[in-house]
Ligand binder design. Structure first.
Ligand SMILES: Cc1cc2nc3c(=O)[nH]c(=O)nc-3n(C[C@H](O)[C@H](O)[C@H](O)COP(=O)(O)O)c2cc1C
Length: 169
């Protein structure tokens, strides 16, 4: 698969097969995160793979209504950016961590896995953060879902490059 084909093949999946991603595979996917660009080499990306206890704790923090959505994928990974408190550096570090996340999603796609970058409200709450032991200095960027694909997403529609690219004189 060319890089372009890979970028196009990464889709948001909301239905997954039941098999968790093996630990070794996950480590390989998460290993590509470190190739993301990082200003001042802060390498701010952090990933926490949820085990059963962590998932239970997060579900409890989410409450009954929301917790069902945490069962959609067999493997969940919280992605965050470790911040310093410096406004400019923090902005760059959030960007670097987001770039790292996309690399991981692409690696998952290449491995034939379905993925989903979700930002559930519970990870914006004190209870949700405490359930996973996320320290104050980290900005949670998403709950990444991984697993076998269960259904092809509907075809995507995107604006052509001409609509967002400008060549300045
Ligand atoms: C930062 C970020 C947060 C997202 N959070 C959610 C979310 O909470 N719920 C959701 O359904 N999709 C979420 N998405 C996924 C987008 O909805 C999805 O990328 C979009 O529908 C385009 O589909 P595609 O990923 O298949 O191209 C998020 C994407 C990004 C980049």
């Amino acid at each position: 698969m060319s890089f372009r084909e890979l970028a196009e093949a990464r889709r948001t999946h909301k239905e997954f097969g039941p098999d968790p991603v093996p630990r070794e595979t996950l480590l390989e996917l998460l290993d590509v995160a470190r190739f993301a660009p990082t200003h001042h080499m802060t390498q701010p990306w952090r990933f926490r793979v949820l085990g059963p206890e962590a998932l239970d704790a997060l579900k409890e923090a989410a409450g009954e209504k929301e917790s069902g959505k945490l069962d959609r994928a067999p493997t969940l990974v919280v992605a965050s950016a470790a911040l310093s408190g410096d406004l400019v550096q923090d902005e760059e570090d959030v960007c670097a961590a987001a770039a790292a996340i996309e690399l991981v999603l692409l690696a998952a796609t290449e491995a034939g896995l379905a993925s989903y970058w979700r930002t559930p409200g519970v990870l914006r709450t004190r209870q949700g953060r405490e359930a996973l032991g996320i320290p104050r200095g980290e900005r949670v960027l998403g709950l990444l879902h991984f697993g076998p694909p269960a259904r092809e997403p509907a075809p995507r529609e995107r604006e052509a490059a001409e609509s967002y690219v400008e060549f300045l004189p």
